[in-house]
Design a protein around this ligand. Structure first.
Ligand code: AMP
Ligand code: ZN
Length: 112
């Protein structure tokens, strides 16, 4: 838990979120500023700054987070989706608590 971290505050229920999945390791909630009809964030309960600060000890957690993406996307009716992990300021990261974006729905996503 990092007292200044907005996602830690969501994990501890100190600020509200639209959480639709939770287990002992992760919370998953809808992004507050969606960029697609469905856009959610897979967030570990453990405070880890970014993918760049992960090491072998995070192997299982990262695998679990990634495998949740298709499971939850399917539950929300997506037939396809895009995953994104912004890493570091130059990588577009704004919240420094690692998270996987999952988004899709509507039209086919543009090529990037
Ligand atoms: P990133 O740029 O990868 O760090 O993405 C951070 C994401 O968190 C952005 O898409 C924000 O819209 C989203 N976000 C920030 N605060 C909240 C919040 N309180 N609840 C849900 N999503 C949030
Ligand atoms: Zn945090």
């Amino acid at each position: 838990m990092n007292a200044d971290c907005i996602f830690c505050k969501i994990v501890s229920n100190d600020i509200p979120s639209n959480t639709f999945y939770e287990d002992e390791d992760v919370v998953v909630f809808h992004d507050i500023h969606p960029i697609a009809p469905v856009h959610f964030l897979i967030v570990p309960k453990l405070h880890v700054e970014s993918l760049a600060s992960c090491d072998e000890t995070h192997h299982g957690l990262l695998g679990k987070m990634l495998l949740l993406a298709p499971k939850l996307a399917t539950q929300l009716g997506l037939k396809g989706f895009r995953t994104m992990i912004n890493t570091g300021r130059e990588g577009g990261q704004e919240v420094f608590h690692i998270h996987i974006h999952v988004f899709g729905g509507g039209e086919t996503l543009p090529k990037i």
